[in-house]
Design a protein around this ligand. Structure first.
Ligand SMILES: C[C@@](CO)(OP(=O)(O)O)[C@H](O)COP(=O)(O)OP(=O)(O)OC[C@H]1O[C@@H](n2ccc(N)nc2=O)[C@H](O)[C@@H]1O
Ligand SMILES: Nc1ncnc2c1ncn2[C@@H]1O[C@H](COP(=O)(O)OP(=O)(O)O)[C@@H](O)[C@H]1O
Length: 274
């Protein structure tokens, strides 16, 4: 059985408060985009190890046992005593990009195991498991445009379609740790709440739909801010860093053709249509 975990981009991201548990309350819109990994499992009834993980494509930092797909398996294995599996994970989604690639792999693994082994878990139950694996992991269970608050785990559906828009996602060879990005933030309530700005036409988002991480991350990694500026220079109607970085996305109006840009070596670039 094979599935294709996709990414999310953040449309606006306000960090409103630091909580007593060290986490931060935030407000954002998660929007799914079809840049995908591939994830396959096969049952290996006779295997000695519960998980045999084969990884291909882009490298991920860390040990295989720390891979979020292994953690997702272990979570359900504790409860349901699953048979051993062989996992094939093909990474197309860059890590440390603010695109939620690891969280998506984990959420899709939960869904895959649920279907493959007929565990009969509901979407609500899967979301509860997913939330224990990462703050934005539960989003990928329903995988629909979502307004998120709390630590990024309290969801409400939101009507928003960017269908037809063209998207370019660019990630320089820079790794931003989510934890460090939070450490440099001064939480505040936004002048223009994300939920309100998002209802306005995309052409009005440029100065009002803000990702608070940009103010803390751009000074440390100027190349990220330069990419955002270049996307605007090349005609993007809206451009922003996604999540805590380091990727930047640009939205271009539906009838336009995406520009050819010579990015620096080792820059990742994805072009697609929403
Ligand atoms: C903030 C977002 C917005 O999309 O950043 P990106 O990961 O997308 O860049 C996500 O919600 C992140 O989700 P995720 O990447 O799953 O975060 P986690 O692994 O749970 O947390 C990593 C670290 O970030 C900090 N953290 C995370 C979420 C939050 N609301 N407040 C925090 O302070 C904590 O220090 C935590 O140890
Ligand atoms: N399946 C996975 N894919 C990507 N990263 C993973 C995975 N499992 C664990 N990780 C770890 O999670 C970290 C964050 O990765 P990712 O979720 O892709 O980035 P981001 O949170 O910036 O979107 C990586 O540096 C890596 O160490």
């Amino acid at each position: 059985m094979i599935v294709f975990p996709n990414i999310k981009i953040n449309l606006g991201l306000s960090i409103t408060e630091k909580r007593p548990d060290g986490y931060h309350n935030l407000e954002t819109v998660f929007y799914p985009v079809a840049l995908e990994d591939a994830l396959e499992i096969r049952t290996l009834p006779e295997a000695e190890k519960k998980i045999t993980l084969h990884q291909y494509g882009m490298e991920i930092a860390g040990n295989p046992e720390d891979n979020l797909v292994a953690k997702a398996y272990s979570l359900l294995d504790k409860e349901f005593h699953l048979p051993p599996v062989e996992i094939h994970l093909y990474k197309h989604i860059p890590s440390g990009a603010g695109l939620g690639g690891g969280s998506s792999d984990a959420a899709f693994m939960l869904k895959l195991l649920n279907n493959h082994f007929h565990l009969e878990l509901s979407e609500d139950q899967l979301e509860i498991y997913a939330a224990t694996l990462g703050a934005d992991c539960a989003f990928f269970i329903k995988n629909k445009t979502t307004y998120a608050e709390g630590i990024g785990n309290i969801f409400s559906p939101i009507e928003l379609s960017l269908k037809g828009y063209q998207i370019m996602i660019v990630k320089p060879d820079v790794f931003v740790s989510t934890r460090e990005a939070f450490a440099n933030i001064h939480p505040h309530h936004p002048e223009y709440p994300v939920k309100e700005v998002i209802r306005r036409p995309v052409a009005e988002w440029k100065d009002t739909l803000i990702n608070d991480f940009e103010a803390s991350v751009f000074p440390q990694h100027p190349v990220i801010g330069e990419i955002k500026q270049e996307l605007y220079n090349q005609g993007a109607v809206y451009a922003s860093m996604s999540g805590s970085g380091s990727s930047v996305f640009g939205l271009f109006v539906p009838e336009s053709s995406l520009p050819e840009i010579d990015w620096k070596p080792d820059t990742f670039c994805f072009k697609g249509k929403l």
